[in-house]
Ligand binder design. Structure first.
Ligand SMILES: [Zn+2]
Length: 266
């Protein structure tokens, strides 16, 4: 399957990607557009930028939902522009280089030599605009709201709301078709952050991976995240054994064990 566009509202699109089942975003106003995340490497970013140009000739700005490599290593293909994020440039570069090394090893172990090469030659573009509190980005005739959304999936989550379209780009706070990823997560905060993001009842919630979902689906996932937080809290308080929590969680046992480990360090 090739990467493809899915329209979710008036001039709001999701780029559904074969690689990692990623969902990248595009919101177009009258004067400029906002690109949400840029893909796994510069080659992927170049293809994404060309796909954006099929839909709009307007100048772009970029928002990063968080610093995991698959969401921002494609940016060099977009050239000079404003890049919004919660984390600052040095944090992005530091964590980006660590991820680049780790992923190159993993790709080679999987026999994906060319993916490792693409990753190796991707120039990292750290953010140059900081989202410390909610930012109203004027796209011309419509506003995109960039807001800190964590700590949750990471310590630097950002969500994009398009109020006139009822669309929420939630980054990896929500995942469709795969369990949420807790490796860098804050399980207790995550549950609260996810519930908070849904309080304005967006009609469409775009996850970082998987198909866009509706409000009811997102509420279900928020409930599952809350159940993970509850079980982790019970284990931390000594009222439940880790094996029981892992066996009885809403997600698979490996995901639950990662959430438990993260809780124990916090
Ligand atoms: Zn992530």
């Amino acid at each position: 399957m090739e990467d493809r566009w899915v329209g979710v509202a008036d001039r709001v699109w999701v780029r559904r990607c074969r690689e990692l089942d990623l969902s990248l975003g595009l919101v177009v106003g009258d004067d400029r557009c906002l690109v949400i995340d840029t893909g796994v490497d510069t080659d992927h970013g170049r293809a994404f930028a060309a796909a954006v140009r099929e839909l709009t000739p307007l100048p772009w700005q970029i928002a990063y939902t968080h610093d995991h490599y698959d969401h921002w290593f494609g940016t060099a293909a977009f050239g000079e522009c404003a890049v919004w994020a919660v984390g600052d440039a040095s944090a992005y570069v530091g964590s980006g280089e660590v991820q680049r090394e780790r992923m190159a090893v993993q790709y080679r172990r999987e026999g994906r030599e060319r993916a490792a090469e693409r990753l190796g030659r991707s120039r990292l573009v750290p953010p140059n605009r900081t989202v410390a509190e909610a930012v109203e980005l004027d796209l011309g005739g419509r506003t995109a709201l960039l807001r800190p959304a964590g700590p949750a999936h990471t310590d630097n989550d950002l969500a994009v709301e398009v109020p006139d379209a009822g669309v929420l780009f939630a980054g990896d706070l929500f995942e469709h078709g795969a369990p949420p990823q807790y490796d860098d997560a804050f399980p207790q905060h995550w549950a609260r952050s996810a519930a908070h993001l849904l309080r304005r009842s967006p009609a469409t919630v775009v996850p970082g991976h998987g198909e866009p979902g509706d409000h009811r689906w997102a509420l279900g996932q928020a409930r599952d995240l809350a159940e993970v937080a509850r079980l982790c809290g019970e284990v931390a308080a000594g009222r439940l054994r880790p094996e029981e929590a892992a066996a009885n969680g809403p997600f698979d046992a490996a995901t639950m064990r990662t959430a438990l480990e993260r809780t124990a360090t916090q």
